[in-house]
Design a protein around this ligand. Structure first.
Ligand code: GAL
Length: 376
């Protein structure tokens, strides 16, 4: 691949050769091997069990293919060895850029070293890859703010706060329970920290009580973000802490898949009209329907189309030997270095916001929301 050889020749030769290229499109034109059709982007996604990652994978693939690039898209079935193997294969098959949403943020150091040795830039997609110097860029959302938004949505749902940040009419005290995502996902910590900072004054004042006493992230985390894991933990909480007739009023859930497990446990225990305020994230269609039906209270919408777009923009920059534009160069230290990042904003969605945020933007149709299923 001429791009890699150029990289190896160093910046002077590179600058000269870039100057010699006439166009400023992908590959710069002029050299056959720089044409988009000669360049392959490896896209490694964690799992197909969650619809958001299917949407992410499809969006990245479509956008890259629309620009003429070849795409090697793989899903790893939430299995770490499978993802390592798939990334290894992308490297040996000659990928020019890698876009990776890691299952375990610390498990890919070997693959990333091999990528660096082959001069293949690596973009961490939504989940930061940790403990490696070989992560070149990170595209994600403002994950601390996601946590703040989730906790705020819980406060609004309970009536302790108004949507515009004012004081709500409710006074509490309310029993709540907390959930976090997979501990091996860097994001889980950002979400939980953002949420806990927001809830702290209410917990300190006794307005909110975590009846189980489980307030530490390692007590409330759900491995691999699995719905069944969340259902099981909620069932255990109901048995251990709510067998005295007391009720749960709110559940901080960081992801729609977990929220559905939590809701199932609550429904099985007889909650209906008194369903607690349950938060979420990702605007997965099954949960958007639950919000529309008044069962789940809220979700945080992260527009995967915009994330995919940013990944493509960053990938193209690398292919043109440019540095992708970051809008955050401070927040995401992966344990070895601060990874330059492009972070996108998020939106909270309550029932009233489904139309304006999700339907009017073309993310879902009204029919899809009513059916709880995306047409794809
Ligand atoms: C996180 C991601 C969330 C959610 C979760 C489970 O890394 O930021 O939006 O998708 O994984 O898939």
């Amino acid at each position: 691949m001429s791009r890699k050889i150029l990289a190896a020749l160093g910046s002077v030769v590179l600058a000269l050769s870039m100057a010699a290229c006439s166009g400023d499109g992908a590959g710069g034109g002029g050299n056959d091997s720089d044409k988009p059709g000669d360049l392959t982007i490896g896209v490694s996604m964690p799992t197909q069990t969650s619809e958001r990652w299917i949407a992410d994978g499809n969006s990245v693939k479509e956008k890259l293919e629309a620009k003429g690039y070849k795409v090697d898209l793989q899903y790893a079935g939430d299995d770490i060895p499978t993802q390592s193997q798939q990334v290894d294969q992308m490297i040996t098959r000659g990928a020019d850029v890698l876009i990776i949403a890691a299952i375990d943020g610390t498990a890919l150091s070997g693959q990333l070293q091999a990528a660096a040795d082959a001069k293949i830039p690596v973009i961490a997609y939504d989940r930061l890859i940790r403990d490696s110097p070989n992560v070149d860029f990170y595209v994600s959302f403002d994950n601390f703010k996601v946590g703040v938004a989730q906790a705020t949505a819980l406060l609004v749902g309970l009536g302790l706060q108004t949507k515009d940040g004012g004081k709500g009419e409710a006074t509490g005290p309310f029993n709540i329970e907390l959930f976090a995502g997979s501990l091996d996902d860097n994001n889980a910590h950002f979400f939980f920290n953002g949420a806990m900072e927001t809830l702290k004054p209410f917990l300190d004042a006794g307005t909110l009580k975590v009846k189980s006493g489980q307030t530490k992230i390692d007590q409330v985390a759900i491995l691999r973000w699995q719905q069944e894991g969340a259902q099981k933990r909620m069932e255990d909480l109901l048995t251990s802490s709510y067998n005295d007739g007391s009720k749960v009023a709110g559940v901080l859930s960081p992801y729609d898949g977990l929220s559905r497990g939590i809701i199932t446990a609550l429904q099985n225990a007889g909650y209906r009209g008194d369903m607690p305020v349950v938060t979420g994230q990702d605007a997965e269609i099954a949960s958007v329907k639950l919000i529309n039906d008044g069962v789940q209270s809220s979700t945080i919408f992260k527009d995967t189309r915009l994330l995919a777009e940013q990944a493509v923009v960053a990938g193209e920059s690398f292919l043109q030997d440019k540095t992708p534009q970051a809008n955050d160069t401070e927040t995401y230290n992966n344990g070895v270095k601060v990874v330059p990042s492009y972070l996108l904003p998020v939106q909270t969605v309550f029932k009233d916001d489904i139309k304006s945020v999700l339907i009017d933007s073309g993310y879902f149709t009204a029919e899809e929301v009513a059916a709880g299923q995306a047409k794809g």
